[in-house]
Design a protein around this ligand. Structure first.
Ligand code: GRF
Length: 224
């Protein structure tokens, strides 16, 4: 067993998707998770087709990564819309126009409304740097240090209306060492995030593709 971290469930392979799973990434920050997904996708290790990056920050690092990999991207600033509803409507329209199957929130620093969640029920996943349900919110890494917990980590979950809630898909756990600070812990958590997010995408994609097949089966049995 790897003693530095623990991942559960222990998925050992990625599902194969043919055609590739159509994914949109929503991100506001540096985009290290996005970059990891780009590499896995371009190396044909993970069968995803990243159709678009949407960012809400003009100079976010993730945008540069989209440019480097020639991935279409859009910067949508909420303040440029009359209200949140119109901002989200624009995002929803873009996701629909691109026939996105799975939306990955990889450091998307915006709360998603109930309407948005309902439009894409069980098709939005989020990565969060704590062992949910502990330490929800934006300061989760510092909160874990302040609470002097011995273990922390990261979680990927389906997105529900309530922030950082929703069914867990996968978690990674690591110990907090005495000499850890916010920077060292953030690095370790990022490393673990890059391990777990691709498995979560694979798992969520499998569920999405299979429920679609089930729907088709049901549909054809109704018509036979
Ligand atoms: C990650 O720690 C993620 O858990 C949180 O935002 C951070 C994004 O990091 N939601 P990056 O932009 O992928 O480097």
């Amino acid at each position: 067993m790897n003693t530095k971290y623990l991942i559960s469930p222990n998925f050992s392979n990625f599902y194969k998707f043919s055609p590739k799973l159509k994914v949109a990434v929503l991100a506001s920050g540096k985009g290290s998770n996005f970059l990891n997904l780009l590499n896995l996708s371009f190396n044909n290790e993970l069968d995803i087709d990243i159709k678009i990056l949407i960012s809400n920050k003009k100079d976010a690092g993730c945008i540069k990564k989209a440019i480097d990999f020639n991935i279409p991207y859009l910067t949508l600033i909420e303040e440029n819309f009359n209200n949140k509803d119109l901002f989200e409507k624009e995002i929803i329209n873009i996701l629909k126009a691109n026939e996105i199957e799975l939306i990955v929130l990889a450091g998307w620093m915006k709360i998603i409304s109930k309407k948005f969640v309902c439009e894409f029920k069980n098709k939005i996943i989020n990565i969060h740097p704590s062992l949910l349900p502990a330490f929800k919110g934006r300061k989760s890494i510092q909160d874990a240090i302040d609470m002097e917990v011995h273990f922390t980590g990261c979680s990927v979950h389906y997105v529900e209306e309530e922030v950082d809630s929703g069914k867990l898909i996968i978690q990674g756990v690591l110990p907090i060492k005495k000499n850890d600070n916010k920077d060292t812990l953030t690095k370790k958590i990022h490393f673990l995030e890059h391990k777990i997010l691709p498995y979560a995408i694979s798992e969520a994609g499998y569920q999405i593709r299979n429920s679609f097949k089930d729907m088709k089966k049901k549909d054809s049995s109704l018509h036979s």
